[in-house]
Design a binder for this molecule. Structure first.
Ligand SMILES: NC(=O)c1ccc[n+]([C@@H]2O[C@H](COP(=O)([O-])OP(=O)(O)OC[C@H]3O[C@@H](n4cnc5c(N)ncnc54)[C@H](OP(=O)(O)O)[C@@H]3O)[C@@H](O)[C@H]2O)c1
Length: 255
């Protein structure tokens, strides 16, 4: 089994790489920083059922980087694509320079679409695509306007895709993690029940991947409950709750 994971050197992507390698997948890791990719290769060990683990150095916020990875997906059909790399651009929208906002749009949306297209064009029966969104897909957070909107795009896009290739036996998942402790201190202001480790997020995703039942997966009971309830709250209430989240929004990572 072969798996290509974007943003594989840190956080949720790294946890996917380690878990899949432990299950004998042959992993292709994608990120911009080659020394981190090399270090990951050492950690992953010799290889999986389809040969040695490998990596691609690519910046998925620029067309060249996306082309490199799309070409790899087209050249050799993969069993699994994890579209994980994502970027937050926190801060009040009007005060955030566009050159910080637009790379997030390209990485979080355009690259996901490009790579999904390359993957699904050649996907064989049994293949699966996981697009990593966020619980902010369900309710946008003031101070994370563009990030939240990109994640709503990813979730919506993935749900429609879940339906389309089903007759071919290809499964598509929108993985919507809540706050995830990908760095020390990140989300330390939130109740512990809401914050999962990257390993816990990936364990839920891999279980759902084996079952292949639902288009949308929200790891963690508290986050799944809040995601469900948020559909019934007046929008003004949920926006106020998220805007009043303690701690300086600009210092917080993605949720
Ligand atoms: N952490 C959370 O609380 C949380 C919650 C919900 C959803 N998510 C989503 O989960 C995904 C992973 O988040 P994370 O927090 O685990 O990420 P992270 O720890 O910040 O890791 C980001 C990974 O993506 C790579 N990357 C960043 N920019 C890239 C680019 N332009 N091209 C290629 N690779 C790039 C990084 O390596 P290089 O820097 O070397 O490129 C790294 O491997 C994202 O889509 C995020 O939105 C996160």
């Amino acid at each position: 089994m072969t798996a290509l994971i974007t943003g594989a050197t840190e956080g949720i992507g790294r946890a996917f790489a380690l878990a899949l390698a432990a299950e004998s997948h042959t992993v292709t890791a994608v990120a911009r920083t080659e020394r981190h990719l090399r270090a990951l290769m050492t950690e992953l060990g010799p290889g999986g059922s389809d040969g040695e683990h490998d990596y691609l150095v690519a910046d998925l916020a620029i067309p060249d980087g996306v082309r490199t990875v799309a070409a790899a997906l087209t050249a050799a059909p993969y069993d699994l694509l994890i579209n994980n790399a994502g970027l937050a651009c926190p801060g009040p929208f009007a005060d955030t320079p566009l050159d910080q906002v637009l790379p997030a749009l390209r990485l979080n949306c355009e690259a996901v679409v490009d790579l999904a297209h390359a993957f699904l064009a050649t996907a064989r029966h049994g293949a699966a695509l996981v697009n990593v969104a966020s619980t902010l897909a369900f309710v946008p957070q003031p101070g994370q306007a563009v990030y939240s909107a990109t994640k709503a795009f990813v979730a919506s896009f993935s749900e429609a895709l879940w339906y389309e290739p089903r007759p071919r036996g290809v499964y598509v998942m929108a993985l919507c993690p809540g706050p995830t402790s990908t760095r020390p201190g990140l989300h330390a202001d939130l109740p512990a029940a809401l914050v999962l480790t990257p390993e816990a997020v990936v364990a839920v995703a891999l279980t759902a991947l084996r079952r292949r039942r639902r288009p949308t997966v929200v790891p963690g009971r508290a986050n799944a409950f809040l995601a469900a309830v948020s559909r019934y709250l007046p929008r003004t209430t949920s926006l106020s709750l998220l805007a009043d989240r303690p701690g300086p929004i600009a210092a917080q990572g993605p949720v």
